[in-house]
Design a protein around this ligand. Structure first.
Ligand SMILES: NC(=O)c1ccc[n+]([C@@H]2O[C@H](COP(=O)([O-])OP(=O)(O)OC[C@H]3O[C@@H](n4cnc5c(N)ncnc54)[C@H](O)[C@@H]3O)[C@@H](O)[C@H]2O)c1
Length: 248
């Protein structure tokens, strides 16, 4: 098993890509801390992992809350003895042009998507340094690599995640801590359902995708597992697109 003996923390683990990554990590032998603001659905993910013979613990966490991060990491280390892997996956979407976007929405998207990644990385590094290394996987998006006609703060926040990932990788490689970003394209999750509540434009978009279909949360989880595991032992500061060729 590829994560035997490792402890991982996955944010936004209640559903979608985070839940798929948490399940996959547990099946690969990791003890998994599931962090989310949605306690009910996240407890269901926890129960599913435990029922399947894995080890998981739900931790209620708003990733935009810096002091809550410290408590959450302390709790993970207290329960599981270490923290080897952090997946900064929690995220929120918005759909506005520059003129249509208000400052509060901009700040909220930045707080969760960009500040959440900074705060989580900062909170986990001491525990990883103490145990001699670790792997941090940040969920960016193809949105960090291109602009959008109808989404503004989301794309800016993912650009921040990509750039932040490079600096963190440079600063902490010497401590055995690898930091990489994953860039999904169109992945069939609740987030995409919320972005395209009307099926029309969404199915029309399929024709523009080289593989003519959306990806699944499980397909992204496999890429996250690669970056988190020792299979990627010489990979840091890298961007891995999981987009079915969308940006090719
Ligand atoms: N689905 C896609 O097409 C797609 C594409 C590119 C990137 N991504 C990114 O992948 C990640 C996961 O996306 P998803 O599609 O699974 O989304 P999702 O909306 O299905 O799940 C996101 C999870 O994050 C949690 N969350 C939101 N705000 C939070 C907060 N403040 N603190 C803690 N948890 C919080 C939600 O409760 C939810 O469980 C996100 O960062 C997203 O931006 C998704």
């Amino acid at each position: 098993m590829r994560l035997d003996g490792k402890t991982a923390m996955v944010t936004g683990a209640a559903r979608g890509i985070g839940a798929a990554a948490a399940r996959l990590f547990a099946s690969e032998g990791a003890r998994v801390a599931l962090a989310d603001v949605l306690s009910g659905p996240c407890r269901q993910v926890e129960a599913g992992i435990v029922d399947a013979g894995g080890t998981a613990a739900f931790i209620e966490l708003d990733v935009s809350d810096g002091s809550a991060w410290k408590l959450a990491v302390d709790e993970v280390v207290r329960r599981f003895g270490a923290l080897d892997i952090l997946v900064n996956n929690a995220g929120v979407y918005e759909r506005n042009t520059v003129e249509g976007l208000d400052l509060d929405t901009w700040k909220r998207v930045m707080a969760v998507n960009a500040e959440g990644v900074f705060l989580g990385t900062k909170a986990c590094i001491p525990a990883m340094r103490e145990s001699g290394g670790g792997s941090i996987v940040n969920l960016a998006s193809v949105a960090s690599m291109r602009g959008s006609m109808w989404s503004t703060a989301y794309h800016a926040s993912k650009g921040a995640v990509e750039a932040f990932t490079r600096s963190a990788a440079l600063q902490y490689g010497r401590y055995g801590i690898r930091v990489n970003s994953i860039h999904p394209g169109a992945i069939a999750t609740d987030m995409l359902d919320e972005v395209f509540p009307d099926d029309g434009p969404r199915s029309g978009r399929m024709d523009d995708l080289p593989m003519l279909r959306e990806g699944t949360a499980e397909e992204v989880a496999k890429a996250i597992l690669f970056m988190a595991s020792d299979d990627a032992s010489y990979v840091t500061g890298a961007q891995l697109r999981v987009d079915g060729g969308m940006l090719a």
